[in-house]
Design a protein. Structure first.
Length: 155
């Protein structure tokens, strides 16, 4: 089955699929009301003059079934770039088939090729299936850190 799964780097023509996956992920995370992303905003910020993130899309039997959106950060302690995985999503009906692991492995291999010091991401505390998935892969929670955020209206 995984031999029928392919990954491609997203292009501007994939923006509607990316937005669809963002909305599906937001629904799963019980955050649909927080989504203000549009095709125009994604086009501008992913594929415009300044692209701020990268996207890969997973295809199963030539149909898009998942994606990962990521960008570089920097560790002063390591003096190296890292990759921050903002979103990793596989449609619910296709979970458990190894596609999420393939997408994450793609990101970690990319990090190695780019000489990054680490790959990081956040997971909601209640999302036990994802937490178990990440732990099974050897990822470690960074429990001693708390995420803080300034929203756009405070910038």
């Amino acid at each position: 089955m995984t031999e029928e799964f392919k990954i491609k780097t997203a292009t501007v023509g994939d923006v509607p699929v990316i937005l669809q996956f963002i909305k599906e992920l937001a629904e799963y995370e019980r955050m649909s009301d927080d989504v203000v992303a549009t095709d125009a905003l994604l086009t501008k910020n992913l594929f415009g003059k300044n692209s701020y993130a990268e996207v890969i899309i997973g295809y199963y039997r030539d149909e898009p079934v998942g994606f990962a959106l990521f960008f570089h950060n920097f560790s002063t302690f390591l003096a190296k770039p890292g990759i921050y995985l903002e979103d990793l999503y596989v449609q619910p009906q296709l979970r458990g088939k190894g596609f999420g692991k393939i997408l994450l492995n793609y990101i970690t291999e990319l990090a190695r090729k780019r000489d990054c010091g680490r790959v990081e991401w956040s997971v909601l505390d209640w999302n036990e299936p994802s937490i178990q998935f990440y732990k099974k892969l050897g990822a470690k929670p960074m429990d001693e850190w708390t995420v803080y955020r300034l929203e756009e209206n405070l910038l």
